[in-house]
Design a protein around this ligand. Sequence first.
Ligand SMILES: C[S@@+](CC[C@H](N)C(=O)[O-])C[C@H]1O[C@@H](n2cnc3c(N)ncnc32)[C@H](O)[C@@H]1O
Length: 379
Amino acid sequence: MNYNICVTTAFGIEGITKRELAKLGKENIPAKNGMFSFYGNEFDVAKCNMFLRTAERVYIKLSEFPCTTFDQLFEGTAKIQWSEYINFEGQIVVNGKCVNSIIYGISASQAIIKKAIVVSLTKSKGIKILPETAERYKVEFSIIDDVCSIYLDTSGLGLHKRGYRDLVGEASIKETLAAAILELSVFNKDKEFADPFCGSGTFPIEACLYANNIAPGINRSFDFASWKVFNKDAYNVTLEQAKDEIKINKNIRIAGYDIDKNSIKLAMHHAEKAGVREYIHFQCRNALDFSSHRSYGVICTNPPYGERLSNEKEVSALMKAFAETFAKLPDWSLYLITSLPGFEYAFGKKADKNRKLFNGKIECRLYQYLGKKPPKKND
Ligand SMILES: C[S@@+](CC[C@H](N)C(=O)[O-])C[C@H]1O[C@@H](n2cnc3c(N)ncnc32)[C@H](O)[C@@H]1O
């Protein structure tokens, strides 16, 4: 079947997701409001879910229609051939948003859309009630500027949920954002990598998945994989492809450090769950003691943020001290994401580049300090 596939991504990382889509054969797809839209089949849906490291979710767009009344909302929704997408025994969950439109009631819109789906499915099956006992179908709507769009969420859980981070760390970075920062960085499998403030281990684990070519979706499930009216082979074949593409590189050097021993325990537990524990060196250590005798390494990190003013002073002092540690590694590159106001002032050095990003809802900046380049082979 030919679907209108829509891939969403976070503010500031559209360009990186675009590059990832191109690697999957979907080239030059423009993003509009953080959404990439293109046509593809079940296998494309499966590949986007399995292989995109930086995307948020993968949807199938079912319809778009003008919508200023609840009647139009009902009619527009009921016109969709729901039995082509949803097994009549499935659980149907409707969520969405209304922006800048005459219709502004989210719960009223949810109820109308659900009713239209139920009417359409019961009619096509010749039954009175839907059992809603089988697999889940998440229907997402958006009514923006009086235009309603209806989507099916093929991912289920957001794609940042890789399946390894089951315990909560303090101020963890989103896995998709960590992956995007790694993509932006000069890191590759031949370079040493370290996160001196690793917390629950997100950066080292994402670096290890990347360096070993382990697909981010290999250890989790997706809603589409259990859909009765979806080609089962799409998931199974893609999972086999992901397994075949793993290239374990025993020479990678990836490390995570944290001053807090419970964070290190948590990071080790997450690495174990991700299947990469043996490739990452974790150690309880002060970031200010970080050193390396290797050259051209890469640090990606998010140090404590200092959300409150009292903490801000402490974090600024920590950043000042960390700048001295980093200064001893002139050929290393640093990618540091923080919401700390005046970070460069505290660090005492202007970044080579910086860009605005969001860690969840927190506005941050990614400061990039590029180390000396290695000599060219014939130098
Ligand atoms: C924002 S959290 C990092 C979150 C991490 N990226 C994750 O995804 O879980 C900051 C971490 O820095 C650690 N930390 C604070 N001061 C430190 C220091 N001087 N040396 C090393 N780690 C430190 C904290 O224990 C905390 O785990």
